[in-house]
Design a protein around this ligand. Sequence first.
Ligand code: C5P
Length: 232
Amino acid sequence: MTLIGASRVIVALDTTDLERAAAWAAATAPHVALFKLGLEFFLAHGAAGVRAMAGRPIFLDLKLHDIPNTVAGGVRAVLPLAPRMLTIHAAGGAAMIAAARQAADSAGEARPMILAVTVLTSLDAAALASTGVTDAPAVQVLRLARLALSAGADGLVCSPQEVAMLRSALGPDAKLVVPGIRPVGSAAGDQARIMTPAEAVAAGADWIVVGRPITGADDPGAAAAAIDAATR
Ligand code: C5P
């Protein structure tokens, strides 16, 4: 797992428009650690789309969740793209998480960090209960977080609401990546629980994921620079 630069900012390039993604990346590159490409971009453009990002450091947010053998195959399939981070669902269980980590290890030193998603933030207590999990969401988040780390994940993607709890429960080594970030004065959009960049870092985030406050700004480069400065 290679080190990532000094910035704590990850920009979410949420678009299926390749040229737009490349332009956002070019504008913000001096101020950010990684570029997050999600399911939408990957299903539209595949490996060729990632390669079109011209060697920029990538976080592939694919949230893999399948039987261990299939997830391991999926991880190996994207290793040639050299993603720096890759997401899986912790709910896939210990064997699946371990298989993902083992597959990532085959890339050696340059392996991607394996980050686990615990409970989707779109699930409230009632929705979670309807899947058979009657514990409070925070209890299930911590249970899956511990499971993921003990099975070989490097860290977690977590909401602003969870980051302080996870940092205090898991200690300094767990990597915590936090979306749902809004700079002071910016629109919340559809994010219900938000933190400012500085608050998220103070609460224990190693990296923050920021989409629209950067990509929707008149000057994405300046917006990224301001958020980078606020988190150093
Ligand atoms: O535009 P915005 O800053 O809200 O983008 C946040 C990014 O983080 C999006 O790519 C979104 O899918 C992702 N994300 C999130 N909330 C989660 C998990 C991921 O907003 N709980």
